[in-house]
Ligand binder design. Structure first.
Ligand SMILES: Cc1ncc(COP(=O)(O)O)c(C=O)c1O
Length: 378
């Protein structure tokens, strides 16, 4: 099933919390934003202290093709196994890149963005903001045990071919909020079938927690760009670094003409360079997060199934659970246990969900105990 949403009449759709989260609350456990709760803060502090003296804060950062920006592009090309630093494009977080891509492809040409539902809402929000249309293809029932979110490849391809106005196909894999990474064979099938005029944006924000990267597909598909961020496995959400990997020179030129001259700040970039030196340790913490996530899923599955329906698989740093009492659980967790989770109403037709960021072992136990206590009362 696909539905089309068009232009200005549609309200922008940021998910709202049923009650406001007070981020100044002492002892608040932030399990609602998929930040990195597992990477020790010490690693980021070390990166900060190694970076603070490397630039003069009175100066603008380097331009994107020299100095620290070029160094970051070179290191990221190595990290992504791309041939050249020119294959990496930088932005101020994944969010700014999504905004820019929508402005580039939808605003001037009045285009359509195709995506799936449920998925990361910034694609929808930025497409509408750019004056474009959105076609959302519903994720369907899955053969994967317990997961209700299967990619509907034929409908997705049909939507991409439905008009010459389709300019972007945005796929998030592993997907937020479902946690599921699409099969590489499905990705190939989609890329083979979609018209080459459609820019396929594959968002791999959570790839470090997943089993594969689709970067191997870049060679065969010049219309593919991969979007990534430093906000998740690298734990640098405060510094706003996102990047694109592409082999398409024409696209890179167009991107350069849209991007601001100084979209990233020097401190952020020097910190990212320090973190890339420690990538082995950081990827070790991402693997640890995946183990903690699987333990958390197992623990939550022991709860009353009538209260919580745990999606049994995730390849991200979060876990998704469905519940008819999602709103009550959200409110109790926040007001009584100081645990913020993400309330996601109506992800399925008749079911509300909670998305819970994986924390340290201690934080996960705190959450589990709180949920066990709440389960006895509701
Ligand atoms: C799928 C996905 N893409 C992109 C982003 C944006 O990341 P940032 O703007 O922090 O780089 C997020 C953030 O949660 C995300 O979940």
């Amino acid at each position: 099933m696909a539905r089309t949403l068009s232009k200005v009449k549609q309200p922008l759709r940021y998910e709202q919390s049923p009650i406001e989260i007070d981020y100044t609350l002492k002892g608040l456990v932030r399990m609602n934003l998929n930040e990195n709760l597992v990477l020790p803060k010490r690693i980021l502090e070390d990166a900060y202290f190694a970076s603070e003296s490397k630039f003069d804060p009175r100066n603008y950062p380097s331009e994107l093709d020299c100095g620290e920006m070029k160094s970051l592009r070179e290191e990221l090309a190595r990290y992504c196994q791309c041939k050249s630093w020119k294959n990496i494009l930088l932005g101020s977080g994944g969010d700014q890149l999504i905004d820019l891509l929508c402005q580039m492809k939808l605003r001037i040409q009045g285009g359509t963005l195709v995506t799936v539902r449920p998925s990361f809402s910034m694609y929808y929000v930025n497409a509408i903001k750019a004056g474009g249309n959105v076609i959302e293809v519903q994720l369907g029932k899955s053969s994967c045990e317990g997961s209700p979110f299967k990619l509907d490849v034929p409908n997705l391809v049909r939507a991409c071919k439905s008009s010459a106005n389709v300019k972007i196909l945005a796929l998030v894999s592993p997907n937020n909020p479902t946690g599921i990474q699409y099969d590489i064979e499905h990705m190939k099938e989609i890329l083979d079938a979609v018209p080459p005029s459609v820019l396929v944006v594959l968002d791999e924000a959570y790839v470090e927690y997943a089993s594969y990267s689709a970067k191997q597909l870049l060679n065969a598909h010049p219309n593919l760009v991969i979007l990534r961020t430093f906000s998740k496995a690298f734990g640098l959400a405060s510094q706003r670094i996102g990047y694109l990997a592409t082999l398409n020179e024409e696209f890179a030129k167009e991107f350069d003409s849209f991007q601001a001259p100084f979209p990233l700040n020097s401190l952020a970039v020097f910190m990212a360079l320090e973190l890339l030196k420690k990538r082995e340790d950081i990827l070790g913490y991402a693997r640890q997060t995946s183990r903690l996530r699987d333990n958390l899923i197992e623990d939550l599955m022991r709860l009353d199934h009538r209260l919580l329906r745990v999606i049994p698989k995730s390849e991200t740093n979060f876990v998704l659970v469905g519940s008819k009492k999602a709103k009550t659980i959200f409110t109790s967790l926040l007001s009584r246990y100081r645990i913020a989770v993400k309330y996601m109403p109506k992800l399925e037709q008749d079911s509300d969900f909670l998305r819970i960021t994986v924390g340290t072992e201690e934080q996960n136990l705190h959450l589990r105990d709180a949920l066990y206590a709440i389960a006895k009362e509701v």
